[in-house]
Write a protein that binds this ligand. Structure first.
Ligand SMILES: [Mn+2]
Length: 287
């Protein structure tokens, strides 16, 4: 059966219309799920959206604050023959410790524990989250087992050798990183689930509400071409939207990340830029 067309999981009204793209209204879940939630809540939501998400080639999640939605989407491919490689483009490792369930900065660890997943590759990290000062916040065991591999541009990973971590590397440029990754992934077999957080892109390409990486669109396009033919499904996140949590805990936790606020009057213009990026990504992902 051919995969169904793209779908927008519409929590935050951030994704502008796209050709052939359906929309699932989920605004009533935003407060509970945005930034993070208990695993049971994510499971309940996963059950509710499954009829709409099954068989989709590409799914839009909205703001990067919803990146943990990738977890149930990847889990849904567990019944495939052979293990999945998960390839994530993100400026952050998303493999951090988080004691309140699952959140947009810890979902990679949860995915790495799925029996159906061979490895999670996180590419394009420039965030200091991967550096020495934040080393203790990273989930170290999957890094040591190389079930999670960081492909960084910039951050120094010297600290990792003291923990026996050899599967993660940092490079001087995106081109060098993609070169090394191409050599690695082409030596593996099996299907790939692709997750793109647009905060991996340089600010000159598009603006997100997280600190951003250094990749250009043409480099992201080249990386997608490299994986072509093996991609079982994909998701895209990193839109811009503004939200004030009703929960004081969530205001506190998300405030710790100290992300710059967006002026409401700039929002439409930013979202239009995302719309054209999304159109381009859809063309590359589903040619
Ligand atoms: Mn992310």
């Amino acid at each position: 059966m051919a995969p169904a067309g793209p779908l927008i999981l519409d929590f935050d009204q951030s994704v502008l219309p796209l050709p052939g793209c359906e929309r699932l209204a989920l605004a009533n879940w935003q407060e509970r799920v945005r930034f993070g939630c208990p695993l049971q809540v994510l499971q309940r939501l996963a059950g509710e959206i499954r009829p709409a998400t099954t068989g989709r080639a590409t799914i839009f999640l909205g703001s990067g604050d919803f990146h943990h939605l990738s977890h149930p989407l990847i889990e849904a491919h567990a019944d495939r023959a052979g293990k999945l490689q998960v390839v994530v483009f993100d400026n952050h490792p998303d493999n951090m410790l988080y004691p309140f369930g699952i959140h947009c900065g810890s979902w990679v660890w949860h995915v790495s524990r799925l029996p159906s997943v061979a490895c999670v590759h996180v590419l394009g990290i420039t965030s200091a989250d991967a550096g020495l000062a934040h080393a203790w916040e990273n989930r170290l065991r999957p890094l040591r087992d190389s079930r999670v591999r960081y492909w960084c541009v910039g951050p120094k990973l010297n600290w990792m050798k003291y923990f026996g971590i050899t599967g993660s590397r940092s490079f001087g440029s995106v081109a060098e990183m993609l070169d090394a990754f191409a050599g690695h992934i082409q030596a593996t077999s099996g299907l790939i689930y692709l997750s793109i957080d647009k905060d991996v892109l340089a600010r000159s390409e598009v603006r997100t509400n997280w600190d951003q990486g250094v990749m250009r669109m043409d480099e992201l396009g080249a990386a997608i071409r490299l994986l072509q033919g093996r991609i079982v499904a994909s998701d895209i996140t990193g839109e811009v939207s503004v939200y004030r949590y009703r929960s004081r805990l969530k205001r506190l936790m998300s405030g710790l990340d100290a992300q710059a606020a967006i002026a409401p009057e700039e929002l439409p213009q930013w979202q239009e830029k995302h719309q054209s990026i999304n159109r381009q990504l859809l063309d590359w992902l589903n040619p």
